[in-house]
Structure formats: structure tokens, C-alpha cells
Ligand binder design. Structure first.
Ligand SMILES: [Zn+2]
Length: 262
């Protein structure tokens, strides 16, 4: 997309959200938020995430660990009087460790990080291609040591395929390589079972029914980043998350904590 059109659309979307979100309050339920980094701005300070959490808490949000949120959704243990929020981040960028983790630690919160092993292991050429053409941001990945530290400290490391390619295909060999290959590589590196999988790009159109079947066999838990007013997509096989980023205005995040149903 032309960058001027993109920037204009983003500006208009944000102004519209400013208006829509003025009187928003967090709705009861269990919400799993999904981001990628602290901010596209490389100079952003972790305080922006700290302030977002403080703002959400003032609005009545309670934060819970990722696995608690998943267990509540799976067991349909949804509180009638609380807004519970858990966090996940995709793509495994370095600032998840250097900037986001310290804030999570301060709140004693455990999150999930969905990673692409070939981005972690990629040579310079692979990484440049990955950053420029796939995730569209000039951020480096976490090292295995950082990822191992997260896992050892109680965070969940999930799989996000080997190469972050769209899974909207019926090519079984390709799907198995990407989905199961990512899981196997993380398990080899961390020596823990990987139970959680988020498919790349997150919109339901980016995974085929065959892809969901393969993912559901390989993992107990599969996640989208779509259809967030419903807890599940694909007939109960995929748990839905809601997109956010740490530098979004408080009211915009609150706006997306909408009432949900099964
Ligand atoms: Zn991703």
C-alpha cells in the first residue's frame, strides 16, 4: 500500500477510535490481548506499557497470567463481575525481553511469547528478508538464551511456525513442516513441551481448515488474532485473541475489551 494512504488511513482510524472510545468501559469476561513489541518507535520507554497497565487497572481491569486465562476459557469459568486480561506477544522480538519483560516482572505477571525459530536462528540475509518483507519492522529477534530465561521464569513459549508464512493452503507437507517443525525446534532448544500455537497474521483467512486440523493435532491450544467478540473460532478449535500494542492510547485498548460469548 502507498505509505501516504496508509498513514492517512491510520490517522483517520485513530481519530475515529478516539471518538468511539470516549465512554468505553472494560466489559466483563476473559480477554487475551496480543501485541508484537513495545512500540514501533525504537526510542520508546517501557514506562508507556507501565502507564497503560496502571490506566487499565484504574478502569477496573484485573490482570491474570496467560495460562489462567486459557484454563478459564477452556473450562468456561468466566466471571460475571470481573474484567480479566492476559497478555501475549507474537514474533519474538528482542524488546519483548529487554523492554516488556521488566514491566511484567514488576506486576508479577506471566505472559506468552509466540516465536519463529528460523527468525531466531536466521543469518543476516534471512533476518533482513524477514524484517523487511514479513513482519515489516526493523526489530531483531530474541536469542535462545533470552527465550530460555522467559520459559524458566514461568512464561509460556508458544510456536508461531518456522518462517511466519500464511497457512491458507491445503498443502499438507508444507503445513506440517511449518507447524510441527516450529514446535519441534523450540522443544529441542528449551527441553519443554510446547502446547500453544498461534498461526501467523492471525486473521481467520490466513489458515485453512486443513491447517487448523494439523495444528489441533500437534497442540492442545491454537490461537487466532481475530473474531474477538467470540471466545472461539473454527468450531471450538481456535481461541481468539484481540490485537493491541503497548503504546496504544488507554481508551483504545479499553474499547476493545468488549463483551464476549461462546
Ligand atoms: Zn506474527
Amino acid at each position: 500500500m502507498n505509505s501516504i494512504i496508509f498513514t492517512t488511513r491510520k490517522f483517520l482510524r485513530n481519530r475515529l477510535l478516539d471518538i468511539l472510545s470516549i465512554n468505553s468501559v472494560p466489559k466483563k469476561g476473559v480477554h487475551i490481548l496480543n501485541g508484537h513489541f513495545l512500540s514501533l518507535n525504537p526510542n520508546a520507554n517501557p514506562e508507556i506499557f507501565q502507564h497503560l497497565l496502571e490506566g487499565l487497572q484504574k478502569k477496573g481491569v484485573e490482570f491474570i497470567n496467560f495460562e489462567d486465562a486459557v484454563n478459564r476459557i477452556v473450562n468456561k469459568n468466566i466471571p460475571q463481575n470481573k474484567c480479566l486480561v492476559a497478555f501475549t506477544w507474537d514474533d519474538g522480538f528482542e524488546e519483548c525481553f529487554t523492554k516488556i519483560k521488566p514491566v511484567l516482572d514488576a506486576w508479577n505477571l506471566k505472559a506468552a511469547f509466540f516465536i519463529n525459530p528460523n527468525f531466531v536462528d536466521g543469518d543476516l540475509r534471512y533476518r533482513e528478508h524477514f524484517k523487511r518483507n514479513i513482519v515489516l519492522t526493523d526489530k531483531n529477534p530474541m536469542t535462545w538464551e533470552m527465550i530460555r530465561t522467559l520459559a524458566n521464569q514461568g512464561h509460556v513459549i508458544g510456536a508461531h511456525t518456522l518462517d511466519h508464512l500464511p497457512l491458507n493452503t491445503d498443502d499438507t507437507a508444507f503445513l506440517k513442516e511449518q507447524i510441527e517443525g516450529g514446535k519441534n525446534e523450540i522443544e529441542k532448544q528449551l527441553d519443554v513441551e510446547v502446547k500453544h500455537f498461534a498461526f501467523p497474521y492471525g486473521q481467520l483467512k490466513y489458515i485453512s481448515d486443513v491447517g487448523v486440523e494439523i495444528a489441533s493435532k500437534a497442540f492442545p491450544f491454537v490461537y487466532s488474532q481475530d473474531n474477538y467478540r467470540r471466545y472461539y473460532s473454527f468450531n471450538g478449535k481456535v481461541i481468539n485473541r484481540r490485537h493491541f500494542e503497548c503504546d496504544w492510547p488507554l481508551n483504545h485498548v479499553v474499547y476493545f475489551l468488549k463483551s464476549k460469548s461462546f
